[in-house]
Design a protein around this ligand. Structure first.
Ligand SMILES: [Zn+2]
Length: 232
């Protein structure tokens, strides 16, 4: 395997929605040649008014520090989408390039839902890499476009040497129970959510994904390895 391939996947819980014990999480991928790629950054340091259902835990910066990493060691931040529990600390990573779906980034300034996190994600364009649809970021790390939860949401596929292929669904499939074909849902964007769910189910079959990590599943989360442990 080439040195630039993915070597480790770390999972961190950075916060919680206490009412349902729902974990707020982000991920770190390390390559054999020493690149550090963060996937999402968790909740903002100070929660906005009206967001009292969220509670900060040990934040991403403290957790990275516990394995010897400073914010400036992060080369890339894969931004799955700009919701407050995913993009809340983006601006802390001042040396990183942000990778986001073009369709997500371009609609965000006009979408009130992403106004609160705007100081985090509204970075100079030379620091943002816009992606159109599915894309391989580097050997063993692929972005999967999964619009529905929000336009231009992305999930992430990670190929590891021992664990095998891991799918991070993020909010395309927040809970294991909704990872079913032709999901019945009549909310807004139901068709897009269903299409993304089916796309990920197809991907799991085609790529023989051994581990599917759901975006916010309390039961599954309990049984997963968390930083400082990792998957390799
Ligand atoms: Zn979320």
């Amino acid at each position: 395997m080439s040195q630039s391939a993915v070597k480790r996947l770390y999972l961190m819980q950075v916060g919680i929605m206490p009412e349902y014990a729902i974990p707020i999480v982000c991920y770190l991928v390390q390559t054999g040649d020493g690149k550090n790629i963060l996937i999402d950054s968790g909740l903002p340091e100070l929660m906005p008014e009206g967001e009292s259902e969220f509670e900060n835990g040990q934040d991403v910066i403290e957790q990275l520090a516990s394995i010897g990493l400073k914010p400036d060691d992060i080369d890339t931040v894969i931004s799955t989408h700009y919701d407050g529990d995913h993009a809340g600390r983006h601006a802390a990573f001042t040396k990183a390039q942000y990778v986001v779906q073009r369709s997500h980034h371009e609609q965000a300034p006009g979408n009130a839902r992403f106004a609160f996190t705007r100081p985090q994600w509204d970075q100079p364009m030379e620091r943002i890499r816009l992606v159109d649809g599915d894309a391989e970021l580097l050997p063993g790390l692929e972005l999967i476009e999964t619009s529905g939860h929000v336009p231009g949401h992305q999930s992430v596929l990670v190929r590891l040497s021992k664990t095998g292929t891991v799918l991070l669904t993020i909010d395309a499939v927040p809970f294991r129970e909704s990872f079913v074909r032709d999901l019945a849902d009549d909310g807004s964007d139901a068709d897009a959510i269903r299409a993304s769910t089916n796309k990920l189910l197809d991907l799991v079959e085609r790529e023989k994904v051994g581990l599917v990590i759901f975006g916010h599943d309390p039961e599954q989360w309990e049984g997963l390895k968390k930083l400082p442990e990792y998957y390799e």
